[in-house]
Design a protein around this ligand. Structure first.
Ligand SMILES: Nc1ncnc2c1ncn2[C@@H]1O[C@H](COP(=O)(O)OP(=O)(O)O)[C@@H](O)[C@H]1O
Ligand SMILES: [Mg+2]
Length: 148
C-alpha cells in the first residue's frame, strides 16, 4: 500500500471538537478519504486505494486515547469480535475496516437485529473480560451488525 500517499491525503483531513460529549466535525479539502462514521473522540475514514483499512482520526484534545486504544487492541488480539489494529500515526489509528451497519442505524431504519447478534455481543463481552479488560462503552453505535 502506498502509505506516503495515504499520509499526504490524511494530513488534509481536519477533525475538530465540539462539546466534550458531542460528535466531532470533519472538515478539509480531501477526496481520497471517505468518512464512514463519527464519534465523540474521532472520525473514521476509508482510503479509496486501501479499503480494508479504517483510519480513526482523533480530535486534538483526545490524542492520548490513541495509545490507550492501541493497548486495548493488543490485549484483544485476533478474536473476530473486534477490529484488528495495524498501527498508528500522530493523530490516528489504523484498524481493520469492518463491514456492517450499527445497531443504532438498524433501529432507525427498521432492520431486524437477529437474536444471535445479541448473543455475539455477550460472547464478545466475555472474551474481553477474559483478556483482562472491562468493557464499559457498549452501546448501539459501537456495535456493527454484519452478515456472515
Ligand atoms: N473498524 C471500523 N470499520 C467500520 N466502521 C467503523 C470502524 N470503526 C468505527 N467505525 C464507524 O465510525 C463510528 C465512530 O467510531 P468510534 O470508534 O466509535 O469513535 P469514538 O471512539 O469517537 O466513539 C462508529 O460508530 C462506526 O460507525
Ligand atoms: Mg463510538
Amino acid at each position: 500500500m502506498t502509505w506516503h500517499i495515504a499520509m499526504q491525503e490524511l494530513s488534509k483531513v481536519k477533525v475538530t471538537a465540539n462539546g466534550e460529549n458531542d460528535f466531532v466535525t470533519v472538515k478539509g479539502n480531501f477526496d481520497k478519504f471517505q468518512c464512514i462514521g463519527v464519534g465523540t473522540d474521532a472520525a473514521v475514514f476509508r482510503f479509496v486505494y486501501a479499503p480494508h483499512y479504517a483510519f480513526k482520526v482523533f480530535r486534538m484534545d483526545k490524542l492520548a486515547k490513541i495509545e490507550i486504544e492501541k493497548e486495548v487492541y493488543l490485549k484483544l488480539g485476533h478474536s473476530g469480535y473486534f477490529p484488528v489494529c495495524y498501527g498508528s500515526g500522530l493523530n490516528f489509528l489504523v484498524i481493520s475496516f469492518e463491514e456492517g451497519i450499527t445497531l443504532y442505524d438498524c433501529l432507525l431504519k427498521g432492520i431486524h437485529i437477529p437474536k444471535q447478534a445479541i448473543q455475539d455481543v455477550e460472547n464478545a463481552r466475555n472474551y474481553a473480560f477474559n483478556r483482562g479488560l472491562n468493557p464499559r462503552n457498549i452501546h448501539l453505535k459501537n456495535i456493527l451488525l454484519h452478515e456472515s
